[in-house]
Each structure stands twice: as structure tokens, then as C-alpha cells.
Design a protein around this ligand. Structure first.
Ligand SMILES: Cc1cc2nc3c(=O)[nH]c(=O)nc-3n(C[C@H](O)[C@H](O)[C@H](O)COP(=O)(O)OP(=O)(O)OC[C@H]3O[C@@H](n4cnc5c(N)ncnc54)[C@H](O)[C@@H]3O)c2cc1C
Length: 439
């Protein structure tokens, strides 16, 4: 093959929906457009994933009681099943591989590393036990590697945030554990849900009732497992502002249905923020919230709790060798382009907001940026030695696509006796062991 005809080689860092959609879209667009553009239409894509399993927040964020969304993993399986795509799990950029390793080997490197840490408070620079991000709680009930169980021994839990993630976590903490027994949660996690003392969640929302960002479906699902209660201020604002639309209707219908009782309760505190945390021994014991009104802030609510979950302020992780946009909390980019040969897609590109579907549109923009660069780019020789030799030379214990499919098969077999689609393997070591048997 002449140099000008060689297949493109692309590295994708992160096997979440953004990484998989970018790979799939690139292969499809090359097949459609390459001849017209006068560039080679073949490509080989290596996806590097730091975890033992791919699909990012589809596996580790989406709530287990949303099985239809979890099923997206089947579409992602079909995409990575393409012969042109190789998957290397347990390979972390910045931990096992660097920009210097990737650039000489690939024509393009796409970063699709998603959201990193979610916002949480510190007290005098100390981390407080019992104060954590929604991503950690969602990661725990989804068996993400290395995440400890949150304390579920208080009757009340505080959740901060006015988006769907806040409601997801609220619903999961109040959900009837017997309905969760039908999900892919392993017994270890499910039994903690059964033993949970949580009976009420208090959701503190910075914005007013007229400007909230929930989806009506999320409110409906929360109402199905708890009694929805607005504090007096929020109730008054609802009467005052008469917000319209499905969400307001969902809230109003619940308030009108005052006779309906439920042992579990979701309290909504609009225009409210946490103003103090009390953790004298390093673990949260109580907190105070204040109303966000013009002028002075005055604490007007106190809650005894040992768990406060922050569902606000996600940011992508700053990665070595890449420019970072501090104000947006993303890898600095213009339309997906970071610097020559380096691109970004998904939450790492446009910020940690939006549904899985939006990463697809995002992938298209990034792929167009790559193709337009390739049109003006004379292919240069690259280091074509097998990437696996390189990973082995570094003693990186990677597992491959066959390993992932074997793990999926194993999880499906675990679910079979209870007629479930699957049950997750909860231990990282066990995931690696099962995957590596298929190498
Ligand atoms: C709690 C929660 C619930 C959600 N529920 C829904 C829902 O019900 N429906 C919906 O449509 N959307 C939902 N979303 C949003 C959805 O998950 C995102 O839109 C989507 O996952 C973003 O895709 P991404 O690929 O950009 O990031 P991610 O899904 O975060 O994927 C990034 C991938 O990159 C990997 N990675 C990160 N750093 C490195 C590194 N250094 N080296 C190698 N690999 C790395 C990660 O391990 C991960 O696999 C939810 C989000 C959260 C947080």
C-alpha cells in the first residue's frame, strides 16, 4: 500500500457514549465522504478506557431503575463490535499512557473523558465525611470501581441541586428496595438499600420554583415513591408566580392531592442554599440552609443528617498535556478541535450537562472537524508497531473487546436465575479476572 493510501489510525481516550459515538460516526462518515474528499476511507480506531468496563455513565451513572436507558449499552456494543475498532480497558490516560505515547502512533487523538469530579464542600480545607457528590452516590449504587457506600443511617438526607441528577439520587434513596431487586444491582448493594434508614430527602434548589430544570417525568417518578412536599416559602412562590408547564402541573397536582400519604417524603426547598455544615468530629451531623433572597442571607432551616449529596457543578478532569478552560471546566477547544491532531467530544468538550443523545450530535461536530483537517493534511509516516506490544512493554494489564463481551455474558448469566437481564459483578478485581480469561 502506498503511503498516501494507508488507513487512518485514530486513538480515542474514554469509552463512554461520546467516545463510542465519535468512533462510530468517524467510520461511517469516512465511508460516505472519503472518496469525494480524496482521502483514504479506511480507518482503525483504538479506544483506551481507564476502567475495566466501557460505557462510562451509562454503566456508572444512569439509575438502575431506568432499564430502558441502560439498554443503550446494546447499541454501544454493536458500535464497538466493528472490526475497525479495538478496545483496551484498564488503560488510563495520564496514568498508563501519555500524549507523547499517542501522538507518534496516531493521525488523530480524540479525548472523550467525560465528567471528572462533582462538586462537594470542604470545611476549613477538610473533606467532611458524609458530604459527597451525586456522581459518587450514583457510582456506588452502580458498582463503580473504588467507591465506598454513603452513610444511609439518617432518617433525612440533604440533596443540593435543581436538575435531573438530584432527582435521580433522591428517587434511588427513597425507592422501594423490592422494586430495586429487579435491577442489575448485586446483592451487596441491594442489601444496603434494604437496610437503609432514609425516609425523607430534602432537596435544596438555588433557583425559584418558576425557573427549575427538572423533567416532568423525573417529578412523576419521584412522586411514585414518595410524598412530594413544598416548604411554605416554595408553596407561596408557586401561588404567586403561577408557573406553567408540565413540571408545575405535576407539582401542583401532588399538592392538591393532600390526602395521599406515603411513609417516604421528598421535601423541596426552592430558592434555598446550604449555608453551614456541622461536622465537629469530621463527619456531618447537621446543616443549615438559607433562602436566596435579595439582600441578606438568613438561615431558616436546620436539618439533622449525616449525608449531604451535592448534585451541582460537575467539571471535566484536567488532564496532563491538554489545555483546560477553567471557566467552563472542559478541555479547551473550538468546535471539538484542541490542537493539531488532538480533538475532544462529549462532556469533556462542552461541559457536564445534557443527555446521552446529545453526545451523538456532539460527535458529529468533532468528526467534521477531523475530516476537514484531513482534507488538507498530507499523511505522514507514523509508528505502526502493534499498540499491544507497547502496552505489554509497560506492563499495563489491559483487557480487550472479547474480555468485555465475556464479562457482559457472565453478568447476563448471573441475572438468569432471577429472570433479570443481568447482575453486575461488583468487584473490580473479579471484573478484570473474568475479562482476562477471554484474551
Ligand atoms: C448520575 C447521572 C445520571 C444520568 N442519567 C441519565 C439518563 O437517565 N439518561 C440520559 O440520557 N443521560 C443521563 N446522564 C447523562 C449521561 O450519562 C451523559 O450525557 C453521558 O454519559 C456523557 O458521555 P461522555 O462519554 O461524554 O462521558 P462519560 O459517560 O463520563 O464517559 C467518559 C469515559 O471516559 C473514561 N475516562 C475518563 N478519564 C479517562 C482517562 N484519563 N483515561 C481513559 N479513560 C478515561 C471514563 O471511565 C468513561 O468511561 C446521567 C448522568 C449522571 C451523572
Amino acid at each position: 500500500m502506498e503511503q498516501k493510501d494507508r488507513a487512518w489510525k485514530v486513538a480515542v481516550v474514554g469509552a463512554g457514549p461520546a467516545g463510542v459515538y465519535a468512533s462510530d460516526t468517524l467510520l461511517k462518515r469516512l465511508k460516505e465522504k472519503a472518496s469525494l474528499m480524496g482521502i483514504p476511507k479506511e480507518a482503525h480506531i483504538d479506544i483506551f478506557e481507564k476502567n475495566p468496563a466501557p460505557y462510562g455513565l451509562v454503566r456508572y451513572g444512569v439509575a438502575p431503575d431506568h432499564p430502558a436507558i441502560k439498554l443503550l449499552s446494546q447499541a454501544l456494543d454493536r458500535a464497538i463490535g466493528a472490526d475497525e475498532i479495538s478496545l483496551y480497558c484498564n488503560v488510563g490516560y495520564g496514568r498508563d499512557i501519555s500524549m507523547e505515547d499517542l501522538l507518534p502512533r496516531y493521525d488523530a487523538v480524540i479525548f472523550a473523558t467525560g465528567g471528572g469530579e462533582d462538586g462537594k464542600w470542604e470545611l476549613g480545607g477538610r473533606k467532611i465525611k458524609g458530604v459527597c457528590g451525586a456522581g459518587e452516590v450514583a457510582g456506588w449504587y452502580n458498582c463503580a470501581p473504588g467507591i465506598a457506600a454513603p452513610p444511609l443511617s439518617s432518617k433525612a438526607v440533604a440533596i443540593v441541586g435543581g436538575g435531573n441528577t438530584a432527582l435521580d439520587v433522591a428517587r434511588m434513596l427513597l425507592q422501594d428496595p423490592y422494586s430495586l431487586s429487579k435491577t442489575d444491582m448485586p446483592f451487596k448493594i441491594w442489601s444496603k438499600m434494604v437496610a437503609s434508614s432514609v425516609r425523607e430527602v430534602h432537596i435544596f434548589i438555588r433557583r425559584g420554583v418558576e425557573a427549575n430544570k427538572f423533567s416532568a417525568q423525573q417529578i412523576r417518578q419521584l412522586k411514585a415513591c414518595s410524598r412530594l412536599i413544598l416548604d411554605d416559602f416554595s408553596k407561596k412562590s408557586l401561588e404567586e408566580f403561577h408557573p406553567e408547564g408540565k413540571i408545575a402541573e405535576e407539582i401542583k397536582s401532588e399538592l392538591e392531592n393532600a390526602g395521599h400519604e406515603n411513609e417516604k417524603k421528598s421535601y423541596m426547598h426552592f430558592s434555598s442554599s446550604i449555608s453551614s455544615l456541622f461536622a465537629p468530629g469530621g463527619a456531618l451531623e447537621a446543616l443549615e440552609a438559607s433562602r436566596n433572597l435579595e439582600g441578606k442571607k438568613k438561615a431558616d432551616f436546620c436539618l439533622k443528617t449525616n449525608l449531604c449529596v451535592s448534585a451541582v457543578g460537575w467539571r471535566s478532569e484536567r488532564l496532563p498535556g491538554l489545555p483546560f478552560d477553567e471557566s467552563k471546566g472542559v478541555i479547551a477547544n473550538e468546535g471539538g478541535k484542541v490542537e493539531p491532531k488532538v480533538y475532544v467530544s462529549g462532556w469533556a468538550k462542552r461541559g457536564c450537562d445534557g443527555l446521552i443523545g446529545s453526545t451523538k450530535a456532539d460527535a458529529s461536530q468533532t468528526v467534521e472537524a477531523i475530516l476537514s483537517d484531513w482534507q488538507n493534511f498530507k499523511q505522514r509516516p507514523i509508528d505502526d508497531s502493534p499498540i499491544e506490544d507497547f502496552l505489554l512493554s509497560r506492563n499495563i494489564p489491559f483487557t480487550k473487546k472479547a474480555g468485555w463481551f465475556a464479562l457482559e455474558g457472565y453478568e447476563a448469566a448471573l441475572g438468569k436465575p432471577d429472570s433479570k437481564r443481568s447482575v453486575k459483578v461488583g468487584s473490580e478485581r473479579e471484573m478484570k479476572r473474568i475479562s482476562s480469561l477471554a484474551q
